[in-house]
Ligand binder design. Structure first.
Ligand code: PXL
Length: 264
């Protein structure tokens, strides 16, 4: 066993106090995939399943310091970005990564929580589009995020294929458009990397009210890239992992409502 070549991944994301999404989901996913996890915290979100009650951003310079220190001190094989909170932090992260180009950057353009609460300040979106997306090995929007980026509706798998192609063309990067929110028996995601088109499908697991599945998925992709897998295989493995994690959820009752969370 070569202990000096253990894979390392970095997440640049927010803290979810409820442990289901954000930094917490990313670090537990890295660990579950056999990857050592690092984190740069962009904000603190006070939330419980189904409700965000507030968030507070880290100062951009402090975000930059965390990333700088980590990239100098560790053999980072992949980076994922999650919630970047506002325009200043998004610009700082993009500016830093432009100068220190990571080979494997997964950009999960987190905008709105599953609960419907806004997480990203809207004026950050143009910074994402112009500065961060072009640096990504892959970007992983869900349907709501893709609709926000394209301005047109996505109602079925044919729309998804067209949207993935359009996003890949627009940003010059590979796009994994996640279809889990389409009303269908299978959850199908479409990858368009400019040339290749691939689809990843799994049985839709109904009646699981949870959040953090997108975070877990993109963190698992980053973990597999850190292990040296090519993009298509990394996504296939990450998809199997997140599907199993959703199937294996736990649940409890709070304020008369049943909520769910991913154990891993
Ligand atoms: O699931 C999106 C998400 C990402 N990052 C943080 C969050 C949430 C959602 O609830 O709190 C920090």
């Amino acid at each position: 066993l070569n202990r000096s070549s253990f894979p390392v991944a970095l997440t640049i994301a927010g803290s979810d106090s409820s442990g289901g999404a954000g930094i917490q989901a990313d670090l537990k996913t890295f660990a579950a995939r056999g990857v050592y996890g690092l984190c740069a915290v962009t904000c603190i979100v006070a939330e419980t399943p189904g409700k965000v009650s507030g968030s507070e951003a880290t100062r951009p310079e402090m975000v930059r310091k965390q990333i700088d220190l980590l990239l100098k001190g560790f053999p980072v094989g992949a980076i994922k970005t999650g919630l970047l909170c506002n325009k200043q932090i998004t610009a700082t992260v993009a500016g830093f990564l432009r100068k220190n180009k990571p080979a494997n950057l997964v950009v999960d353009p987190v905008m709105i929580a599953t609960s419907g609460d806004p997480l990203l300040e809207p004026d950050a979106i143009t910074v994402y589009e112009r500065e961060l997306f072009p640096l990504g090995r892959v970007i992983t929007p869900n349907l709501d995020e893709a609709v926000r980026l394209l301005g047109s509706a996505i109602n079925d798998i044919a729309d998804m294929r067209a949207a993935a192609r359009e996003l890949a063309r627009k940003y010059g990067t590979a796009v994994l458009l996640k279809g889990g929110h389409l009303p269908a028996a299978r959850a199908t995601d479409v990858l368009n990397d400019g040339s290749e088109l691939r689809e990843f499908s799994s049985a839709f697991i109904p009646n699981v009210q949870t959040h953090g599945t997108g975070c877990t998925y993109s963190a698992a992709i980053a973990a597999e890239l850190a292990c040296g897998l090519p993009l298509g295989r990394a996504i296939a493995r990450a998809k199997r992992y997140v599907t199993a994690a959703i199937r294996d959820h736990f649940s409890w009752t709070t304020n008369g409502r049943t909520v769910h969370a991913l154990k891993h």
